[in-house]
Design a protein around this ligand. Structure first.
Ligand SMILES: NC(=O)c1ccc[n+]([C@@H]2O[C@H](COP(=O)([O-])OP(=O)(O)OC[C@H]3O[C@@H](n4cnc5c(N)ncnc54)[C@H](O)[C@@H]3O)[C@@H](O)[C@H]2O)c1
Length: 400
């Protein structure tokens, strides 16, 4: 073989380009790589602007994800309507999923220890400022750390791709993320809210009041309450009373495992609602109740639906919607109710979530049908408005 300087230069160039590719592996694509991507920036209450920014190159600990879609959460709707977290301008969306298209050389495994490669589908969980922070944390209390956050609830910065309502997400070092190749798109978008309810059930179990034969009441049948019913069903709990004011949601509650339903809007007094719930629980009230509404009136009412010695898990108030009146004599002291709160999730809850989804599929629970509406990113305002009107169950933004 003849070696001349031109050939040597070519070989050196090829080796250098391969070395660069190893530093930041990139998914090969037949299409020209775009240089900018869109974000749906919430720039004022009820106002999104589609903005274009240069696509960032991931550093050694970072991952660039091409977003396939993201569910709309009640928290996004609160932020869109009233900005209770004071985040505007912000790119919302934390129930997303996407494909790894570039990643830094230090990224080798996900937060469950599974190997990671270009092309993997991923979802994100809790994030920290850097890897050192996450290493210091008790993995089972990550949700209670003051320094943790989630993508989609981060203030805007120079990166901009900080939320899932966008074309790309930049996953920083210190973030937890999971490979979810074995779930379909709908289930990938439901992982995050499902992790919320898995955590609530783990909290409820701490009371020792959640048993195979417990009469469990789920108050509020939005996506959170409905997923909770499905989790209870996969645990073998078969005495589940669903309470809501919307018949369509209560019908879905039955599809996911509720055995009795109570539509509070059919009754014209609190006493009449209580009578209906007493009947639905065979005259005995609930052994355990999950409060999944975010409504102070619902929180005030739920205590009345629980038997003496029963338990309550409050997970509906991710946002401060105000105080709720309770009667310390009737509601707590006399009844000896055990209460637990539930705040997002830990990393362990994600592993349980993947198991839950497989079990739900095995017993034929139609989780995918929770996603009732899909909008492109350009129609994100309609997506949020649909959520606020409580049309359907789970609204999702799906990228074209
Ligand atoms: N704890 C957490 O970490 C966490 C995480 C995510 C969401 N959340 C909260 O959970 C709540 C539920 O989320 P979602 O997405 O299902 O919301 P959603 O608004 O879609 O559903 C709430 C449901 O409650 C029903 N409801 C309202 N008042 C009621 C009453 N008095 N009695 C019975 N039902 C009543 C509504 O009809 C609706 O179906 C939200 O407030 C959200 O902020 C908490």
């Amino acid at each position: 073989m003849e070696i001349n300087t031109v050939n040597i230069e070519k070989i050196v160039q090829q080796v250098l380009s391969e070395m660069t590719a190893t530093a930041t592996p990139t998914l090969p694509s037949s299409k020209p790589t775009p240089t900018t991507g869109r974000v749906a920036m919430l720039t004022a209450k009820e106002k999104f602007e589609i903005q274009h920014y240069p696509i960032p190159t991931p550093g050694d600990n970072e991952i660039l994800v091409k977003i396939e879609g993201c569910g709309v959460c009640g928290t996004d709707a609160h932020e869109y309507k009233k900005d209770p977290f004071g985040l505007i301008p912000v790119v919302l969306g934390h129930e997303g999923s996407g494909t790894i298209i570039k990643m830094g050389k230090n990224v080798t495994q996900d937060s469950a220890g599974n190997p990671v490669k270009l092309g993997d589908k991923v979802v994100t969980s809790v994030m920290f400022d850097d890897d050192a922070d996450i290493a210091m944390m008790d993995m089972n209390k990550l949700n209670l750390s003051d320094t943790s956050s989630v993508y989609g609830l981060l203030p805007d910065d120079d990166v901009h791709f900080n939320g899932w309502f966008a074309d790309y997400l930049m996953i920083r070092g210190g973030s937890s993320f999971f490979v979810v190749n074995d779930l379909n798109l709908e289930l990938r978008l439901l992982v995050e809210p499902a992790a919320v309810v898995i955590h609530a059930v783990e909290q409820a179990k701490k009371t020792n009041l959640l048993r195979f034969n417990s009469r469990v009441l789920v108050q509020g049948c939005g996506p959170i309450g409905l997923l909770l019913i499905a989790v209870l069903r996969t645990m073998g709990i078969h005495n589940i009373v669903a309470v809501d004011g919307e018949d369509k949601r209560l019908d879905f509650a039955r599809d996911l495992g509720a055995t009795e339903t109570v539509n509070i809007k059919r009754y014209n007094s609190a006493d009449a609602v209580l009578a209906a719930i007493t009947t639905a629980t065979s005259g005995k009230l609930a052994d355990f109740a999950f409060q999944c509404t975010g409504s102070p009136a619902a929180h005030a009412a739920v205590w009345k639906f629980i038997r003496r010695g029963g338990g309550l898990c409050e997970l509906g108030f991710f946002v401060d919607n105000g105080d709720a009146p309770i009667n310390p004599h009737h509601d707590i002291c006399k009844k000896e109710i055990t209460v637990v709160g539930s705040w997002v999730y830990t990393l362990r809850d994600y592993a349980t979530t993947f198991d839950f989804m497989k079990r739900a599929k095995a017993i034929g629970l139609p989780l995918e049908k929770l996603i009732t509406h899909k909008y492109p990113l350009t129609q994100i305002d309609q997506a949020l408005q649909t959520n606020l009107r409580m049309e359907g169950i789970k609204v999702a933004v799906i990228n074209e």
